[in-house]
Design a protein. Structure first.
Length: 443
């Protein structure tokens, strides 16, 4: 009997005992291809010797020194590395232990910024439906996934949500992508007007939506308009690149492809690649100046912020990415993945959309392609596909509630950046078998 309070208590999980490169092995000796990097985490694959060596060297020198007493070389070096390659305007890094903490820090930093500059009346966040920003209460509150929020709703801060940029379902048949983006931007502007611009702290968005909607990319021009609107009203733009950032979409930051810079950005998964528990909140000079000229104290903090081993591991992950030119591989293999997905699912009766960027792509499942009607949520098709894929030795990241937190199913793929073409082919082949088998059995 397990004493672990697992994520889900309905069925036992295999025990992972080893992992190497692009595979994970369980206690029965069965090997699984990591087609999703866990949850888009394992960018360098598993057991990277260079990263392990960097962590060991740090551990032997200095494992821990509380950040209320000391800074440390590893966090200073990682901050330098991140700022050097950050979007324009980003000047400082606040280190935490994961994605939710990075978002919590972002929310509090944004609020305190306005207190520092004498606008304490700003108290509202606007985010998007169908987003996920983490499971701690602040991050959960700004997230727009109904299913995740529902039972905790009485505990959540008041947040306002606008429509996601969801081309497949949101754009009208006669509407151009640009006109759709404009319509969504106008919706945000109307929401700001309704709330009173002087009351709004920030607009929050995943640059490419991950877990809740499956690799939703924005239409051209959308984020530029969002940036303009935020600037016009003195509202901050917080981008959540916890999942889609750090190279996953083919550029280090997903927002590079949108031609904009945020005021604050949360990163995590690909930062430490799963070797270490780390996240970070990247902050612009504009915000930093307010803290420097004001209280000189961000009223926040955790015991493990700037942890030396986490920072040393993450620094090596970033160095390996650069040294081995892995972003080029993400771009190249991303194109291969798109091709393979279209070959396998382009005419599939039950795949309505294939989308995403780089090694961050998804398929959306439908009962009927022409009407886009989803499968009955009671079928839990996403869970069945996951089980069928695991049977076939493949890890993928399916999720239900794609459309509105209740209806819709998608499967997210996020293979390690060290993959190759044959592996991408095998991932898509096994996924195809898993999808077909799950649908056949669900009937
Ligand atoms: C976009 C996004 N933000 C925040 C989080 C929360 O990160 P963590 O699970 O590390 O707390 C996630 C996790 O999946 C995420 O995908």
């Amino acid at each position: 009997m397990t004493r672990v309070f697992h994520r889900q208590l309905s069925s036992p999980l295999p025990v992972a005992v080893a992992a190497q490169g692009t595979t994970v092995t369980d206690a029965q000796g069965k090997t699984y291809i990591d087609g999703c990097g866990g949850a888009a985490v394992s960018c360098l694959g598993h057991n990277h010797p260079g990263v392990l060596a960097a962590m060991k060297a740090q551990m032997e020198r200095l494992a821990y020194a509380h950040t209320a007493f000391f800074t440390n070389e590893a966090s200073e070096a990682l901050a330098d590395e991140l700022v050097e390659h950050a979007p324009a305007g980003i000047s400082h890094v606040y280190f935490v232990s994961g994605g939710s903490e990075a978002m919590e820090s972002a929310l509090k930093m944004a609020r305190q910024y306005f207190v520092e500059i004498g606008q304490p009346q700003r108290r509202l966040f606007i985010a998007r439906k169908q987003s996920f920003h983490g499971n701690t209460l602040g991050a959960l509150a700004v997230g727009g996934n109904e299913w995740r929020r529902r039972q905790f709703a009485p505990l959540l801060i008041d947040t306002h949500h606008v429509s996601p940029c969801y081309d497949y379902r949101g754009r009208a048949p006669e509407e151009t992508p640009e006109a759709y983006g404009e319509r969504l931007a106008n919706e945000l502007e109307a929401k700001i007007a309704a709330l009173g611009p002087e009351n709004v702290i920030a607009f929050i968005a995943e640059t490419v939506v991950g877990a809740t909607a499956g690799a939703l990319t924005a239409v051209p021009g959308y984020f530029k308009r969002i940036r303009e609107i935020c600037d016009r009203h003195g509202i901050l733009l917080i981008l959540d690149e916890v999942m889609c950032g750090m190279g996953r979409t083919g550029t280090l930051h997903a927002c590079e492809q949108e031609g904009i810079s945020p005021d604050i950005m949360a990163i995590a998964k690909g930062l430490g690649g799963g070797f270490v528990a780390i996240g970070a909140t990247l902050v612009s000079q504009k915000l930093m100046n307010a803290f420097l000229d004001g209280s000189k104290l961000f009223q926040h903090g955790h015991t493990y912020i700037g942890h030396p081993i986490a920072c040393a591991g993450a620094l090596e992950v970033q160095r390996v990415m650069r040294r081995d030119n892995l972003l080029a591989n993400v771009k190249k293999l991303g194109a291969v993945l798109t091709d393979r997905l279209h070959e396998r699912f382009g005419n599939h009766h039950h795949v309505g959309d294939i989308r995403g960027r780089g090694l961050f792509q998804a398929i959306e499942l439908v009962a009927d392609r022409s009407s886009k009607v989803p499968f009955d949520p009671a079928m839990k098709l996403h869970a069945k596909i996951k089980a069928e894929a695991m049977e076939r030795g493949l890890m993928v990241y399916p999720m239900g509630g794609t459309i509105d937190g209740e209806r819709g199913d998608h499967v997210l793929l996020a293979p390690p950046f060290i993959a190759d073409e044959p592996l991408i082919g095998t991932i898509v082949e096994r996924l195809g078998e898993a999808v077909d088998s799950a649908i056949a059995k669900a009937r």
